[in-house]
Design a binder for this molecule. Structure first.
Ligand code: SF4
Ligand code: SF4
Length: 175
């Protein structure tokens, strides 16, 4: 009887050892992979996430007016492997620790991460180009950020002009 009483008193003092969920948040391990989250302000529409997603949970669709692309990730199809977040070059996709993913069957097509990513504009001619988020411009630091903001045509012209100006000044120096 005495050992039992000892255990009972110890357990009463320690309190419950199970999570009190749903009356309080459950403990979630730090590296738990829950629902993927997309940040449209960091996305460059490279499509790598769609390419590596074995579950086919990600789609990129061009907007009808050509102003950008719709990013869609269906949580219902996702297997939480984390590959999209691992390969996303800008950190636009991350895995959250949100595992509260139960939903009604009728909501399976709307239970998604859905965001619009507008195209960027060439700093010189205004042509539509891939988005140029600040996160990338900042990473470039002093390494030709101006070139990064140009469309391929203006970039080519700018490089040719820069090369011919350099050659001309070197030619003049030699004379
Ligand atoms: S976590 Fe895996 S399955 Fe889910 S969207 Fe990313 S790559 Fe696809
Ligand atoms: S979320 Fe990342 S990997 Fe996917 S298109 Fe955007 S930048 Fe590329």
């Amino acid at each position: 009887m005495l050992p039992f009483l000892k255990i009972m008193v110890r357990n009463l003092l320690q309190g419950p050892s199970t999570d009190p969920f749903p009356f309080a948040p459950a403990k979630t391990p730090a590296r738990f992979r829950g629902a993927a989250v997309h940040d449209s302000e960091k996305c460059i529409l490279c499509g790598i996430c769609r390419h590596v997603c074995a579950a086919g949970a990600i789609q990129l669709r061009a907007a009808e007016d050509g102003s950008g692309m719709q990013f869609m990730l269906w949580h219902n199809s996702c297997v939480y492997c984390g590959m999209c977040a691992h390969y996303c070059p800008t950190g636009a996709l991350t895995m959250s620790d949100n595992w509260h993913l139960s939903h009604l069957g009728e909501d399976k097509y709307t239970f998604s991460e859905d965001s619009f990513v507008p195209f960027g504009e060439c700093a010189q001619c205004g042509a539509r180009i891939q988005p140029r988020p600040n996160v990338i411009v900042e990473k470039l630091g002093g390494r030709a950020p101006d070139q990064f903001l140009l469309c391929p045509k203006c970039k080519r012209e700018s490089l040719v002009k820069h090369a011919s100006d350099t050659n001309l000044s070197q030619f003049r120096e030699k004379q």
